[in-house]
Design a protein around this ligand. Structure first.
Ligand SMILES: O=P(O)(O)O[C@H]1[C@H](O)[C@@H](OP(=O)(O)O)[C@H](OP(=O)(O)O)[C@@H](OP(=O)(O)O)[C@H]1O
Ligand SMILES: Nc1ncnc2c1ncn2[C@@H]1O[C@H](COP(=O)(O)OP(=O)(O)O)[C@@H](O)[C@H]1O
Length: 333
């Protein structure tokens, strides 16, 4: 299976401008605002950047180990706040807004830098993939999506209802809910969006990867059965979960469509970061979420931590059991 997104678009620094904080501040030449050292332009800081999921054309890889992502105000605000939050070690470094050819971009670290031919996986977190706000908008101003109808039919020709077939279109929340129940989003609170391995193989066809066993098989294939890598991922996820549980920022935001990016290479290096903050929306105070309570419309819960609990549980169960654990488990059974 080839990956539609795997790209290598180098983007030269000439003609770039950057605004660090406020979009209304005037443009300044990038070099005067961003602290680049000539050393940053060594081969070491380059990465074979690939885009595994998301919108085609949203990114431009840039020399110096950074990426340009098409500007989104919500993402800018979240990244800004995250730079001073306890979650800072778990998100890409953010360097403000950059303009190129009249288009604004958020400038951030390329997380693949420092890895040698990395294997990467994008896991979309949460049990819901659309904002409550989008649901309300779809009710107030229903807009039939022909593109989503076509994506639906290409996966399962029997999925659209009679009415949808007659209209040749579906509403966005209906499409998103269908994707959630087709995959592991609804049952496990996360889904695999794409995997690219060091050998160059790339698979973005996980739409029907739903059962725990299917997910485990995909994860095992991703790490090539390497227990040390599994342990590093598990440790990082447990640390992140504990930071998320205490983060005021996280508990005061509805988090939808955000992913965890897993990266490892043959040297035994492995890490995980949170990416995609385009739908990380602040809640009206004093509302807070625990990110585990099941969603009912109005409670804004997103199942992010429930999904993380399940992911941690699955990865733990993939580790070989010690003789002690085998004895304990057989006693319990
Ligand atoms: O993965 P497929 O089945 O192609 O569906 C996509 C993803 O859910 C996108 O989410 P993400 O960006 O998290 O990958 C979503 O973008 P949003 O994040 O804007 O909801 C797209 O909505 P549209 O952009 O409305 O087409 C939707 O068509
Ligand atoms: N900071 C980053 N470093 C490296 N790769 C990234 C980074 N951010 C995103 N990507 C890559 O781009 C893909 C899409 O990212 P995402 O932010 O989810 O885009 P979109 O908003 O279009 O959905 C990810 O699956 C990953 O492969």
């Amino acid at each position: 299976m080839s990956c539609t997104f795997c790209t290598w678009p180098w983007f030269e620094g000439e003609g770039l401008s950057v605004r660090a904080e406020n979009r209304n501040k005037s443009w300044t030449k990038l070099k005067s605002m961003v602290h680049w050292s000539p050393l940053a332009f060594t081969l070491k800081s380059r990465s074979s950047w690939v885009q595994l999921a998301g919108h085609a054309g949203n990114f431009q890889a840039k020399e110096g180990g950074r990426l340009l992502k098409r500007y989104c105000e919500c993402e800018q605000q979240c990244l800004n706040k995250l730079m001073t939050d306890s979650l800072r070690p778990y998100v890409p470094g953010y360097y403000g807004v950059v303009q190129k050819d009249e288009q604004d971009y958020n400038l951030m670290d390329d997380l693949l830098v420092g890895f040698d031919s990395p294997s990467i996986m994008d896991c979309k977190m949460g049990s819901r993939t659309y904002l409550e706000e989008e649901l309300m908008k779809a009710r107030e101003r229903p807009r039939l999506r022909k593109d989503m109808y076509e994506k639906m039919v290409s996966v399962d020709p029997g999925a659209p209802t009679e009415e949808e077939r007659a209209q040749q279109g579906v509403l966005k929340p209906r499409y998103m809910q269908w994707r959630e129940t087709l995959s592991s989003t609804a049952t496990l609170g996360f889904r695999i969006e794409g995997i690219k391995k060091a050998d160059g193989t790339c698979n973005t066809n996980f739409k029907k990867t739903k059962q725990r066993e299917q997910v485990m098989k995909a994860l095992d294939d991703f790490v090539d059965g390497n227990v040390q890598i599994l342990k590093l991922y598990l440790k990082r996820l447990e640390e992140l979960r504990s930071v998320l549980e205490k983060s005021h920022f996280f508990n005061t935001h509805e988090v939808v469509g955000s992913s965890l990016l897993f990266v490892h290479d043959a040297s035994g290096k492995a890490s995980i970061w949170m990416i995609d903050f385009g739908k990380m929306v602040p809640l009206p105070p004093p509302m807070m979420l625990d990110h585990r309570t099941p969603w009912v419309e109005g409670n804004r819960e997103d199942g992010y931590l429930w999904g993380m609990d399940n992911l941690i549980d699955i990865l733990s169960s993939m580790l070989p059991q010690t003789p002690c654990e085998v004895d304990r488990n057989s006693e319990e059974a």
